[in-house]
Design a protein around this ligand. Sequence first.
Ligand code: FES
Length: 152
Amino acid sequence: MNIPSPVNRRAALGVAAGAAVTGAVAACSGPAQDSGAPASGNDPTPGTDPAPAPSPEESVATVEEVPVGGGVVLAGAAVVLTQPEAGEFRAFSTTCTHEGCPVDEVVGDEIVCPCHGSRFSIADGSRTAGPASDPLEEYPVTVTEEGGLVVG
Ligand code: FES
């Protein structure tokens, strides 16, 4: 696992709070929406995921912020948090394994890359569709007594 520098909970939640207004954080526990086409055409921006992975010392979100059967993308923390089953939390890198674009939303039970349409399972990060061949990198995640999610 590559953890270049720490990201604190405030920074991660700042992204989430801002996203509630701007729509930058994608969270969904509803049915999948599949347009059948990449969200942004054929213009990948490999390596454009500048946010570092979260620090192993601090919570990046709370359990209440991650929907059961779905997940949230914390772009500022470069992590996707999912809860495939009630009380089962997973964390994945936002870096798509195809050409490195950041995944940007969770639709139903899939994590979606906007560049070429790769999709990954919220349960284990495995590819479910699109040109990527490898799963998303998974990080260990633990739940604190206070209900925080610590990744790393
Ligand atoms: S970078 Fe091509 S599908 Fe994600």
